[in-house]
Design a protein around this ligand. Structure first.
Ligand code: PEP
Length: 255
């Protein structure tokens, strides 16, 4: 429980179709209260952004992308720029997801450049940080998360980053059904906030820090009750309307 408005973002990953997206959005529209006590964001694959943007018009649902180019325009075949994401209605973008880091070799430096590109265009980055199981077992969790966050803050500064969010996603909890316990998550969230506070205490108190990793309607309440957990970044459960709505309800009730 905190005084920060919670946010729940659905990361659809490489899933969806025009028909499935239409069904999912209409179920979310029907299930979300008109005055939501939580921010709700859906992040479909690029090709569906414009259509989903139209489908969520006049609802409480907001739009995010799953990735962005570090460059603003030019000869970068296959890339999508932050300004283009804004142009089709995105307010948010997930950056530095562990799947981008592990499958596509995205480094801390590239992640920082992408966050800077998003901020330049008024897009709110959701910066993902988190340790692997080997790093946790080696006692390195807090060092890894600090390093990943510091790499971004060193480029953007705290003031610009204040428009962004951080998502703590332990790699061992993503898509595995294993969730960090509320206490394990809280310890890392507190360190994320302390890292921000070393640069600016006011900004640290305001930035929302989400938890991600096998969040479901059944475990969301206990996670969102922790002092420094301000909502969730949801993968698998965001594709199921009832499950995602249950998580949004848990977030609203934590506020
Ligand atoms: C994610 O990929 O951001 C995620 C948290 O996935 P899941 O909820 O499926 O673990």
């Amino acid at each position: 429980m905190s005084n920060r408005r919670p946010l729940v973002a659905g990361n659809w990953k490489l899933n969806g179709s025009r028909a499935a997206n239409t069904a999912l959005i209409s179920a979310l529209r029907a299930g979300l209260p008109a005055q939501s006590r939580t921010d709700v964001v859906v992040c479909p694959p690029y090709v569906y952004l414009a259509e989903v943007s139209a489908a969520i018009h006049d609802s409480v649902i907001q739009l995010g992308a799953q990735n962005v180019a570090a460059e603003d325009s030019g000869a970068f075949t296959g890339e999508v720029a932050a300004g283009m994401l804004r142009d089709v209605g995105c307010g948010f973008v997930i950056i530095g997801h562990s799947e981008r880091r592990a499958c596509y070799g995205e480094t801390d430096d590239l992640t920082a450049a992408k966050v800077a590109a998003a901020l330049r265009c008024g897009l709110r980055p959701i910066l993902c940080v988190g340790e692997t199981l080997a790093e946790r077992d080696a006692g390195d969790t807090l060092n890894v998360v600090r390093r990943q966050l510091e790499a971004v803050l060193a480029v953007t500064g705290a003031e610009a980053f204040s428009a962004g969010l951080v998502a703590y996603e332990p790699v061992w909890a993503i898509g595995t059904g294993r969730t960090a316990t509320p206490m394990q998550a809280q310890e890392v969230h507190a360190e994320i906030r302390a890292t921000l506070a070393r640069r600016d205490a006011t900004i640290a108190a305001a930035v929302r820090v989400l938890y991600g990793g096998s969040v479901k309607a059944s475990n969301a309440k206990d996670l969102f009750a922790m002092a420094d957990i301000d909502g969730g970044l949801i993968g698998g459960a965001s594709l199921d309307a009832a499950g995602f709505l249950g998580i949004c309800k848990a977030a609203a009730e934590s506020y």
